[in-house]
Ligand binder design. Sequence first.
Ligand SMILES: Nc1ncnc2c1ncn2[C@@H]1O[C@H](COP(=O)(O)OP(=O)(O)O)[C@@H](O)[C@H]1O
Ligand SMILES: [Mg+2]
Length: 284
Amino acid sequence: MSTSNTAVTSPADATSLGGEAFAIETFGLTRRFGDLIAANHVTLHVPYGAIFGLLGPNGAGKTTTIKMLTTMLEPSEGTASVAGFDIVKAPAKVRRMIGYVPQMLSADGGLTGWENLDLSAKLYGIRRAERKRRIEDALHFMGLTEFGRKLVKTYSGGMIRRLEIAQAMLHRPAVLFLDEPTIGLDPVARRSVWERLLELRQNFQMTVLITTHGMDEADELCDHLAIMHLGKVAAIGTPADLKANVGPDATLDDVFVHFSGGIIQEEGNYRDVRATRRTASRLG
Ligand SMILES: Nc1ncnc2c1ncn2[C@@H]1O[C@H](COP(=O)(O)OP(=O)(O)O)[C@@H](O)[C@H]1O
Ligand SMILES: [Mg+2]
């Protein structure tokens, strides 16, 4: 991967492997919790520069998959690499290559936007001399310049999400993971998050993996999709290919019904999601 911006690190072997290199590769990635198989032999190939969506209802295994890829959860079986590094053999290298926006609220409401960014900058080891400029750039990029000195608890949901993305991109990661980045946001705020993600790809050649249960988000934002159902990848492809495979006028909803036999909204309504977020924050 080449980038005109000063990257802290660069992907391993991305160019030397030529056409075979993927930003994320998984083979049979599996995670069990007791008898439950939360992620069941997930195999994915995410090209560099893609905005890749894991689409599925609550409980499909999206967060479990993302947690394995970000090295927070050990796989029970299977392998995966991120930016060329093995998630089990080289987790520290993987962590240096990635940014992560968790499903649960991660910004600290009692601090200002600037202070939250400063903490992330220190965490990512950005040199003192560079920190101020990086933070200013990130605030500007996310449309938060005027709000940098305000407490995050005064921000709207969309502003908090944009701040969390700013925190996750400060060190210019090669791969950015976002777990349900637009949950609970109004349509305008969702669109503003989508625009920023598209710009991150455009400006920094970042590869982006998001999880979502929003059909419109999958359709409009993602250029590749894996439909997850009960821990398995039920279908994979571009939104256009997936629709074309199902029928001439098929929507992504039709695709989902076709491959999973269910309707995504049945299991993924707003109340479920709020409950999930609450559980997630409790589990920390
Ligand atoms: N730490 C855990 N312990 C036990 N079961 C879990 C744990 N994390 C997730 N699960 C279960 O694994 C399945 C997949 O969950 P998850 O990956 O969070 O799905 P999604 O993110 O698609 O909603 C669910 O049935 C969930 O209850
Ligand atoms: Mg989840």
